[in-house]
Design a protein around this ligand. Structure first.
Ligand SMILES: [Zn+2]
Length: 319
């Protein structure tokens, strides 16, 4: 199976969001009610952030150092102007200076991956994308490579990800090599923090499964056995996030099962999607580790949990 972007024209359909999750819903302009809902969401977020700063809360990414700095999540680089509008709330999250700096290259590479991945027609036929938002993403990528300070280093970063497409024999990005895991887990951690009103996923020392293709028919036991809440978050009309969040008060702390979709304006299903599962090693369902259950279904974790002793909070147990 080829994962190379430019020549895998059928990749778009393979990578499409699972039917049972988003179907082929067309992104409609927002209704007044939707706008109001999003304004309320933004107000709540600001309040949480102010409170966090006041009590010198920790970084929501590493949960170790104080979250003195602000990071935009999803990363700003995914929303170049003119994609960014009033309806694209780029929320600021409290992060430490180390986490804030360490991921900018990954965010950049992830934006390149989207820029090519969502523009397969244009890349294959060697023309600029016609969709204005995708054109903005595409041009931003070009500019980043021409940047006199960072351009050369970024070109080198990308060089390491280029392989040869088996079909066309042309150079192509090998998507399996693009280090998207940190960018995606960072997005999941930030949404978990928002959704739980200030709980930190990293405190539960979870193992992460990050997969572009997931058989969603298998982890049904999540709905059967875990008390979770369902959340749907939109950023503009480009990025949609569905998740089941295990809230600490339900005894399912530190659990998230999420599906992230980046898509073009026309159709939700016509984009790139990832499934993220974070399960703490200590969470148990009917006496069995949830982490082990995921391992049995999805294979070894993409990101193994760290030293359990370093986790400063005990995850909930299901009784
Ligand atoms: Zn940090």
């Amino acid at each position: 199976m080829s994962h190379n972007i430019p020549a895998s024209a059928d990749g778009a359909s393979r990578r499409a969001a699972p039917e049972q999750l988003v179907g082929t819903r067309t992104a409609e302009p927002m209704s007044t009610g939707e706008s109001e809902k999003r304004r309320a969401q933004a107000r709540e977020h600001q309040q949480l952030l102010r409170e966090w700063r006041r009590k010198k809360g920790v970084c929501i990414i590493c949960a170790e150092r104080e979250g003195k700095e602000g990071d935009h999540l999803p990363p700003k680089v995914l929303f170049p102007s003119p994609l960014r509008t009033n309806e694209t709330p780029l929320f600021t999250f409290p992060v430490c200076s180390i986490c804030n700096r360490s991921s900018s290259d990954e965010d950049f590479l992830f934006s390149v991956l989207l820029s090519f991945g969502l523009n397969q027609d244009a890349v294959l036929n060697d023309h600029e994308p016609t969709d204005p938002d995708l054109l903005a993403l595409y041009r931003q990528t070009q500019e980043q490579f021409q940047d006199p300070r960072k351009g050369r280093r970024r070109s080198r970063l990308l060089q390491g990800l280029i392989g040869t497409d088996p079909k066309s024999g042309l150079p192509a990005i090998d998507t399996t090599k693009v280090p998207a895991n940190q960018t995606l887990t960072k997005i999941a951690k930030s949404i978990y923090w928002s959704q739980t009103g200030g709980d930190i996923l990293q405190n539960y020392n979870p193992g992460w499964w990050v997969a572009p293709f997931v058989d969603t028919s298998k982890p049904l036991f999540i709905e059967k056995h875990l008390k979770t809440s369902y959340a749907e978050v939109f950023w503009g009309d480009r990025f949609i996030y569905h998740c089941n969040v295990g809230h600490p008060e339900d005894g399912v702390g530190g659990f998230i099962w999420a599906s992230l979709h980046f898509y073009t304006k026309k159709r939700v299903g016509n984009g790139m999607s990832w499934m993220l599962i974070a399960a703490p090693t200590k969470t148990s369902v009917n006496g069995k580790s949830l982490y082990d259950r995921f391992g049995a279904i999805s294979g070894p974790a993409t990101i193994e949990p760290g030293n359990e002793e370093s986790a400063n909070k005990t995850p909930g147990h299901i009784r």
